[in-house]
Ligand binder design. Structure first.
Ligand SMILES: C[S@@+](CC[C@H](N)C(=O)[O-])C[C@H]1O[C@@H](n2cnc3c(N)ncnc32)[C@H](O)[C@@H]1O
Length: 201
């Protein structure tokens, strides 16, 4: 089974109990930190890639000013739960990050939380997220970070569906190579790092 199929199977089977996950408080605190990178403007068009059960989308609905929010995920079971919770307040689609069903230059913000290390083609995923961003739109990636590369390599072996855990420096380099400027990075909730950058063109 390839990494993509393994992720679908893993998250489809986890979906029913995902919101009761013992580290849920940790995820929610990262979600709050992501909001710090989003401007306080009205009606921003925002895509949450790998929205899972929709917790980040719900937070944006509560804390932002009339956002126009979209979510995609490759786990149908995670999406079904998100659909129930969002009650039509977000447009949700089944899609792989490596092939997003949106036109070029669509969103003010593209975000992804706790998912990038599961992406089977990280370079293509970054290109796709950049493609659907408007010029000067902002990409925000929140992902796990355990300080040391040796721990990252062990995590990759232990966590089902994990492809690669990137260091802080890896993220900065990937953002630069893909064509982002004003790159900012913060540590979040001890074992997480958020990297954000503005699309150049
Ligand atoms: C740990 S969960 C995070 C969910 C949510 N973003 C959160 O913060 O709670 C990882 C999510 O990534 C999704 N995922 C994994 N690979 C993906 C891919 N190639 N394209 C889109 N979503 C993917 C999984 O289905 C799962 O919902």
């Amino acid at each position: 089974m390839d990494k993509k199929q393994r992720n679908i199977k893993f998250f489809d089977s986890w979906a029913g109990s995902y919101d009761k996950f013992v580290f849920g408080f940790w995820l929610r605190s990262m979600h709050s930190d992501v909001l710090k990178f989003i401007a306080k403007k009205q009606k921003l068009k925002i895509l949450d890639v790998s929205c899972g059960t929709g917790e980040m989308l719900l937070l944006m609905l509560r804390r932002l000013n009339k956002p126009d929010i979209y979510g995609v995920d490759i786990s149908r079971n995670m999406l079904d739960i998100a659909k129930r919770k969002l009650k039509g307040k977000s447009k949700l689609k089944y899609a792989d990050v490596a092939l997003l069903p949106f036109k070029n230059n669509t969103f003010d913000y593209v975000i992804t939380t706790e998912s990038f290390h599961h992406y089977h083609n990280q370079k293509k995923s970054l290109m796709e997220m950049k493609r659907v961003l408007k010029k000067n739109g902002r990409l925000i990636i929140a992902d796990v970070n355990f300080f040391f590369d040796i721990v990252h390599r062990i995590f990759e072996i232990l966590e089902p569906g994990c492809v690669r855990v990137n260091s802080r420096k890896d993220f900065i380099n990937m953002f630069k190579k893909t064509g982002f400027k004003d790159i900012k990075q913060i540590r979040s909730s001890v074992f997480g790092v958020i990297t954000a950058g503005i699309k150049i063109s």
